[in-house]
Write a new protein. Structure first.
Lengths: 115, 115
DNA sequence: TTGCATACCTCGTAGTTCTAGGCATTATAC
DNA sequence: GTATAATGCCTAGAACTACGAGGTATGCAA
């Protein structure tokens, strides 16, 4: 209810997951850590965020999964499908467009500066 | 469910409204149009988004309001308070941090390019 | 007097992230 | 040997947010 922090995170999990899967296969737990590392801990998505995203992406045909036993453990590796690649392109362009438009307002306008 | 487009708009309305009010007073209807114009129609927030944001910001003390009759009509002008200015700084920094982190993932990583 | 632009407002819905848990196996530390 | 952390998967519920649809009222032009 509070006036709390807008986290600017809408759609970001899907975008990041797709981007990470672009070129190499990865499993869920690995993706969670990769996001943390590659963003320098700025973005830190829990497993409760990443796994549902993966399942939704698989349902929509954007990624495919394959269970593999590794060192006695079982991992589910995900790979980007052509559909997922298209979705990635689409989202990346949208991201660029939106952030560019916001930046325009932040920089431009009446006074100059603050950014 | 998961079909749809993430709009990347989380928290953006609050940020844009605060930024527009930085330096000049504006009224709701004017803000709606300003966002449309300054973003080149990339971001188009309806009145159903802007007015609730304004009310929430006023409740939290980030902006103050003053009703003024203009040409027979009544407008409610909003002005940024010190608290709102601080909030704007905070949000701007967070925005910069998040988008920077996402950009890092989009650009960096295994392959190069796509952005 | 019919329509359009201005100017305000609220409610309900939908879509998302997040927290907080739970389960099971393996490696590490004491 | 036994507790603890790390790996690796999962779901359910709450909380938040943007959005569309709809409502009221005034002024101005055709």
């Amino acid at each position: 209810m509070a006036t709390s922090n807008p986290s600017f995170m809408n759609g970001v999990p899907e975008l990041l997951v797709l981007r990470l899967l672009w070129g190499r296969e990865m499993y869920g737990y690995e993706i969670v850590q990769a996001i943390r590392e590659e963003t320098g801990d700025v973005v830190s998505l829990g497993e409760g965020v990443v796994y549902p995203v993966l399942h939704a992406l698989e349902r929509s045909g954007a990624i495919t999964s394959e269970r593999r036993p590794v060192g006695g453990r079982s991992r589910i590796y995900y790979a980007l499908s052509p559909k997922g690649a298209a979705r990635l392109t689409e989202l990346t362009e949208l991201w660029s467009k939106i952030t560019g438009a916001v930046q325009q307002v932040l920089v431009g306008g009446g006074r100059a500066g603050l950014v």
